[in-house]
Design a protein around this ligand. Structure first.
Ligand SMILES: Nc1ncnc2c1ncn2[C@@H]1O[C@H](COP(=O)(O)OP(=O)(O)O)[C@@H](O)[C@H]1O
Ligand SMILES: N[C@@H](CCOP(=O)(O)O)C(=O)O
Length: 361
């Protein structure tokens, strides 16, 4: 006879980050999600390590060892940081993914947030949102995707300047925060991870005009965020920083006003801090940013790279298919195939629900 179980579903949305000038600051949660079904035996019996399975987008290449999979490594990091040395026995994890990997729609941010929520659930930790965010930020150091994925909506965030002793913990290489535990690691294996400082991330939710939708045009190739960050300079000119600051200050309010003003938003979504440097990695990007204007495509409000790319984000109130098809056409001239979707803004963020013992994804 099988063990009695408790089952939970963790829901985490995709995110688009930067929105033009808000590099590493702004994020928007979108209507695509990563859903994780967690089965926990109530009699404490079963395999010592969780059994993982995946369905959905890009699921064929995800590592299924809990010591290699990003989601479970983050969960174990949260557990170990809170005095729980290993996964409870008999846990089964099934993830269903709608967020394409490496396209600039926050798949890794969603995996990190689900991992933090999974650790919180498996350890019965009852951590508050700010503490969940601390752990997420120890893993994914830019706050834009993880904050929007956790709290939902259109969000701006910053990282607190840390005290020297906390700074040391926060700059520990990712590989040490998330060691790839050998499969035979016992509960006391290895060093404990560095303590996550408290209150690393601070955020505010902006308003959002309900008629604005997000068109995501997703090229069929992956661009690792780490690679797209690697091409950015370490220093910028005052002129370029001021260019972005001016636009960002206007954009956060302009996107909340109904009806939205295309003339104001279009220019406010321009950027000089990351997009120009990423052009060589995304054939067609410059042409797309120049060619699609609010004057030539009625309904278009603004256009930018989604996160680190290669997805293009167009914010619009109308003519979604026409706008997407023109972007598809330009990518096509560079022999790049795409998929496109018109998405709405997810205002709920991440959430966990208990489901019936016979529930499936
Ligand atoms: N649901 C998931 N489960 C496990 N790993 C994931 C998941 N989603 C993303 N990842 C990991 O994150 C990588 C993509 O991260 P990244 O380069 O930051 O791109 P993105 O823009 O999609 O966040 C994937 O190749 C995979 O290794
Ligand atoms: N601010 C980051 C955002 C990365 O988002 P992703 O969805 O591409 O991981 C950056 O621009 O590097």
């Amino acid at each position: 006879m099988s063990s009695p179980v408790k089952k939970y579903k963790i829901h985490v949305p995709a995110t688009t980050a930067n929105i033009g000038p808000g590099f590493d600051v702004c994020g928007i949660a979108l209507s695509l999600s990563l859903t994780v079904l967690v089965t926990i035996p109530t009699d404490g019996k079963g395999d010592a390590i969780p059994v993982i399975s995946y369905t959905g987008l890009d699921s064929a290449n995800v590592p299924l060892s809990p010591y290699k999979n990003l989601l479970t490594r983050v969960a174990l990091y949260v557990l170990r940081s809170n005095g729980v040395d290993s996964f409870p026995p008999g846990v089964q994890i099934h993830a269903h993914n709608e967020i394409p990997f490496g396209r600039g729609l926050g798949s890794s941010g969603a995996a990190v947030i689900s991992g933090v929520l999974l650790g919180n659930l498996l350890g019965n930790l009852n951590l508050p949102t700010s503490r969940l965010l601390d752990f997420a930020l120890m893993v994914e150091r830019h706050p834009d995707n993880v904050t929007a994925a956790l709290v939902g909506g259109f969000v701006g965030s910053y990282l607190k300047e840390l005290a020297p002793e906390d700074l040391e913990a926060a700059t520990v290489p990712l590989a040490e925060v998330l060691p790839e535990y050998p499969p035979d690691a016992g509960p006391n294996w290895g060093e404990h991870p560095p303590k996550a400082p408290y209150g690393i991330g601070h955020y505010v939710r902006f308003g959002w005009a309900p008629e604005i939708k997000a068109i995501a045009v997703m090229p069929r190739f992956e661009l690792a965020t780490a690679k797209a960050r690697g091409v950015l300079p370490n220093e910028y000119s005052r002129k370029d920083i001021v260019f972005n600051l001016q636009r960002l200050a206007v954009l956060t309010t302009a996107l909340s006003r109904s009806p939205p003003d295309p003339e104001l938003i279009y220019d406010a979504m321009k950027d000089k801090l990351h997009q120009p440097y990423r052009v060589p990695l995304i054939p067609g990007l410059s042409e797309i940013l120049e060619k699609l204007t609010y004057q030539t495509y009625p309904g278009l409000l603004g256009i930018c790279l989604s996160g680190a790319g290669p997805t293009i984000l167009a914010l619009a109130t109308d003519n979604f298919d026409t706008i997407a098809k023109e972007i598809e056409r330009i990518f096509g001239t560079h022999n790049i195939e795409v998929d496109f979707k018109t998405l709405t803004i997810d205002t709920k963020g991440s959430w966990v629900e208990e489901v019936a013992a016979d529930a499936t994804i």
